[in-house]
Design a protein around this ligand. Structure first.
Ligand code: DGJ
Length: 708
């Protein structure tokens, strides 16, 4: 302890509506973490310096190194460093002599600038706390102010404190067709680490996690969440200290030699978005939803109702017969669909997945007059037209690669590793981006195309760019740049981010896109879990959710039309099957569900969402409109019941003092509904009918005035 008694610390405080963050400025170093958690009142009471409260333990350096905003290796900090870098083997130890605070918005946003004159580098940590949703956005910029090249192995986007009582970390694993599978690990004195080296966000290692404290539920308990807004490699780690706390770091995983900063050059990290809530998993999800909504650049500035979308993929695959597609479009219009997306198979020579990626002109065999005829037909029916593309990819069997054999990412002397028979174009070459921009721009200029489904069907392997160096980081920036350029040229066009389903779901790509294709698995039972994982971070209106065929193509399992539609309904609803194969009864049922979606989407999309577990295996979710006077509750039973009588469905998020009219809307029978208080629905619940497996109930709640 080396602070004088009665000394007062120099404190940086950021307040959200329900969250506060406190750092302590110290002479000659990075500010120290004092607090990140539920709001502290601005009570004016002084903070004693940490140094006055922390005796040095035995057998430790005499100069204490408490946990800082940007802890660095080498000067008595023995935990994970926020920076791992060296200059030809030297300057591996970084420590700061000076710190400047640059307030961007008093009490809300600041840039903390740290100077290491010995290792010749600066660090700028940007911190911004949103008053609206309490999300904290952190990012870091490293600048090489020295003479030689600075090799960077790790730059944390952000470093956050977790309290001593942090208990579990819930992260998300998976694979193609099984995204967002939660896995729970207990936090201990051992470290926790997840790394993704697949070159894009990945199906199996989502860049985000949630930390819970003992007793956390969907609705209660101190809970923390982070997400890295980046579509490439990443690492996340939680590391315990000998004072019982933990640090949480996230950042881009860098391949060896990938970042070598010349004099004056800088490396900017992606943004790390963090939420702290006393309201459990739902509190964290609601913070992320608002943060995600803020990032989306909607055409015209605001989201229009999400159009019911017909996608051709699972109904037709590569079989593009214009007469059949017209029949499909007519049926789609007939049941009320609003957007028609022509998926893979439309460009020249593309009859299977071995060929033609890169050759972005209509296939003359399937579309002898080009796409115009089909587009006119579709738009003539009142449907918007959307088109599938996979710009970053090329097949070895393509005119593009034959003309430019050096355009794919590769490493001299190494085999070219194909996946789904395709290679990845080197977007770090400006001529490649120009070609892709030109090809897509021509399509968009030539036709009224309102929507692109932008796919990416493989990981990056052998990702060697110019000079044989790893190209991951620059490839992602170039892909974002291409999307931004196309959006600038065609601001009315929406983009769906897809990577074999949910391989590129993150808030980095969300700056340029408007929907995610959540998973290639559209089996409704599988989707229940996948969508619940998605909703932990992203709002429902950007969650692509389709009614697929019976049986589902990916699992072979079949479900009723009612159940398939009930699972797709809360998301950005779509249909992905050959409507010509439905019998009249199912077609009529589907038309009803499209009507229901249109009735409810104003409530489903844009407001708060709560997930919950009912009794006996039931799961439910509730979506409120912005005013929270209307709610939709969707309750699902995937497996058979074990109770003889169904337990009531308790809805704890309602205003206890209000009355609600509750109507079952997945059937006509209940037009009047029943009235109950929020308190009663929270404490006792809504009486549920007995449900067989793979059944759902959809309720609409309207808030009425006054108590019962
Ligand atoms: C993968 C996507 O996730 C599918 O929806 C479909 O677009 C195929 N690619 C097309 O190749």
């Amino acid at each position: 302890m080396n602070a004088s008694p009665g000394a007062v610390a120099d404190i940086i405080v950021l307040h959200g509506a329900r969250t506060s963050l406190v750092l302590e400025c110290v002479a000659g170093g990075a500010p120290l973490w004092r607090y990140w958690g539920p709001a502290l009142h601005a009570d004016g009471a002084p903070w004693p310096p940490l140094a006055s409260q922390r005796p040095t333990p035995s057998s430790s350096p005499d100069t204490d190194q408490p946990f800082s905003l940007f802890p660095t290796f080498g000067g008595g900090w023995f935990n994970q460093s926020a920076l791992l870098a060296h200059r030809d083997g030297r300057d591996f130890h970084q420590a700061f002599q000076r710190c400047e605070i640059d307030w961007r918005e008093p009490g809300r946003a600041a840039v903390v600038r740290l100077f290491d004159d010995v290792a010749a580098l600066t660090i700028e940590v940007s911190l911004a706390m949103s008053a609206e949703d309490d999300t904290l956005t952190i990012s870091t910029v490293l600048t090489n102010t020295g003479d030689g090249v600075l090799e960077v192995q790790w730059l944390a986007a952000g470093v956050l404190p977790l309290p001593e009582r942090s208990a579990n970390v819930r992260s998300f694993v998976g694979r193609h067709m099984d995204e967002f599978r939660p896995v729970e690990d207990a936090l201990s004195r051992s470290g926790w680490r997840r790394e993704n080296r697949r070159g894009l966000t990945s199906h199996g290692c989502f860049p985000g996690a949630v930390v819970t404290t003992p007793g956390t539920t969907h609705d209660t308990g101190l809970t923390y969440g982070v997400h890295l807004a980046w579509s490439g490699n990443h690492a996340q780690l939680i590391d315990s200290f000998d004072d019982g706390r933990f640090q949480w770091q996230m950042g881009e995983w860098l391949a060896p030699g990938e970042v070598r900063l010349g004099p004056g050059e800088r490396l900017a990290s992606p943004e790390m978005i963090a939420v702290c809530s006393a309201g459990g998993l739902n509190g964290v999800a609601q913070g992320f939803h608002v943060a995600a909504r803020r990032r989306i650049a909607w055409p015209g500035g605001t989201m229009r109702p999400r159009p019911a979308s017909l996608n051709t993929w699972e109904g037709f695959y590569f079989r593009h017969d214009q007469a059949e597609l017209r029949q499909l479009a007519s049926l789609a219009a007939g049941i009320g669909m609003e957007r028609f997306v022509l998926d893979d198979g439309w460009f020249r020579g593309r009859n299977n997945d071995t060929t033609s990626l890169g050759d972005w002109t209509p296939d003359p065999a399937k579309y002898p007059e080009g796409l115009g005829d089909l587009i006119d037909y579709v738009t003539g029916l009142g449907l918007e037209f959307g088109l599938w593309v996979e710009p970053e990819m090329v097949n070895p069997d393509s005119d593009l690669l034959r003309a430019h054999p050096d355009w794919a990412l590769e490493l001299a002397g190494r085999p070219r590793l194909t996946a789904r028979n395709q290679l990845v174009l080197d977007l770090t070459r400006p001529e490649v981006v120009d070609y892709l921009f030109g090809a897509i721009d021509t399509l968009l200029r030539g036709h009224p195309i309102g929507y692109l489904k932008w796919d990416h069907n493989r990981d990056l392997a052998t990702a060697g760019g110019a000079g044989g160096r790893a190209a991951y980081h620059n490839q992602i920036l170039a892909a974002y740049g291409l999307m931004a350029r196309l959006r600038a040229a065609h601001p009315e066009v929406e983009i769906e981010a897809c990577a074999g389903g949910g391989g590129r779901i993150d808030m980095g790509v969300l700056r340029h896109t408007h929907r995610f294709w959540t998973s290639d698995n559209i089996d409704a039972v599988s989707r229940l879990g996948i969508q619940r994982g998605f909703l932990q971070f992203f709002p429902p209106e950007i969650m692509g959710a389709h009614v697929g065929a019976d049986p589902a193509h990916t699992t072979g399992r079949g479900q009723s039309m009612a159940f398939r539609a009930a699972v797709a309904l809360p998301g950005h609803f779509g249909v992905e099957l050959d409507l010509r194969k439905l019998d009249t009864a199912d077609l009529a049922r589907l038309a009803d569900k499209v009507r229901l979606y249109k009735d409810l989407r104003g409530i489903l999309h844009g407001g708060r969402v709560w997930l919950g577990d009912g009794e006996d295996g039931m799961v439910w979710q509730a979506h409120a409109d912005a005013a929270e006077t209307e709610l939709v509750v969707l309750a699902y039973r995937a497996d058979p019941a074990s109770f003889g009588h169904a337990a009531p469905l308790r809805l704890p998020m309602l205003a206890a003092e209000a009355r609600y009219r509750v109507r079952r809307v997945d059937r006509d029978a209940d037009a009047e509904g029943q009235i109950a208080s929020g308190a009663r629905l929270g404490a006792i619940g809504w009486p549920m009918p007995p449900l067989r497996a793979e059944r759902a109930v959809i309720l609409r709640l309207t808030r009425l005035d006054g108590p019962t």
